[in-house]
Design a protein around this ligand. Sequence first.
Ligand SMILES: [Zn+2]
Length: 494
Amino acid sequence: MAASTTRRRPPRREPGTGTTTTDRVYGWQDDPGESLPAAVPAELRPVPDLSLAPLRMRIQAAQPPASGAYQLGTPEFRYWSAAEALARGAAFWRQFLPAGTTWQPGAELLVLLDEGEDFNAYYDRQALNFFHGTAGGRTVYSGESPDIVCHEQGHGVLDALRPELFDAGSIEAAAFHESFADICAILAALQLQSLRTAIVTDTGGNLSRSSRLSRLAEQLGWAIRQISRDAVDPDCLRNAVNSFFYHSPEELPTSGPATALSSEPHSFSRVFTGAFFEALAGGFRQAAAPTEADLHKVSVDLAKLLAAAVQAAPVVPEFFSQVAAALLAADASSGGRYRDVLTSAFVRRGILSTHAAVGMAAVQATMALVAAPPGGAATVPSRELPHLALSGAEFGLGDVPLLVRAASEPRRLVTAAAAIGVGSISAPSSERAARAFVEDLIQRGQIDAGDHGEIPGWIVHPHTFKTHRLVKSENGFLLSRRLFDCGFRAHVMG
Ligand SMILES: [Zn+2]
């Protein structure tokens, strides 16, 4: 929310007068923020086309409103501003997808813009779901924020690229999903020239400063603060300019205030997002006198590397450091332009230990071989992670084993995160990572035991939001993910 940007209220559309241009709709330049009227401009943009493939989308509506420049605050305005953000995000990622990539639910992803009252949004492998909620006398629609819309879309994009991450029994894999989604919101915002120009001005060319770009979902963050003061950052939902340092998630508290790092996936995601944002800022400063065009180029370059890296990185407990290594490998295979800024960002965050980073520099030549060719490879066939049977007794399931998909793919590179003291952390085994993941879910009350709720030892949390469920199978209870949500429940659900 920069005060320097022009305040402008879209004019009312006069249906039937023929005076409105219908080939333009309003889209927010950024999250509309907490102030009224919004401190960010809504701008006229070409009518978005969600029907393009791959990544076709459809907003569910009995009768979609005719395109036009509708007044702010109307459902028609929200429809078109969401459509604009979705189309922008899809167009951006379309260029980096291997041939044949589609959404997990199929060729088309459904968008449900207002599913009722809640301060939430989620991706459940069927649709992107958005809600509305009232706080401080204001109603906030999560589907109105381009940050939240592109975040949820980001979960869908990552699910298309690496479906096995969806159900991985690993804190880092879940946190990476959140980080990738936040990065999607940042990169989609950077596809607007007007925003790039504003950010270069607002930050004086130093992207490492907190800005409208780094602050995600200001409006929803404000609404949540009215209800729970320490649940989010003081000026947004999450800020990509942060100073969190990697710590083994198995050793972190399961939840905590926004100021602290916890193993809750949204909280822990901030370590990776912070590093990626730092690399983005560093890449931008490599230009002699960086302009908005340079900012555009670095956003495209890093997205291309990231798309390659998420396909190449094996799903293992130390997933952050594996993605970091795969980013370096992808960069090496395309000339090494971002080697220093990527290495610096990941070392400074402890995602790569100095030892691991030095080792990688030594094998730079071979690293290129393990990177998937950006955008060029055929789709990797869906590789489901193997089930690992955990003793059900420790989770209250008695003799019945709990089957969790283990983060246990073969490693092609040895990487490691930094220890808080000296050296590297030894990554936990897939089994320990899976147990830590399950224990966290149980502590936060996020597993729906459904009809099996009468299991004698099961800890029932009657009023918590469920991201996972237990499914009975021949060999035990399967732990299965229902959805990725955006991380805050003002209205508890049973
Ligand atoms: Zn999310």
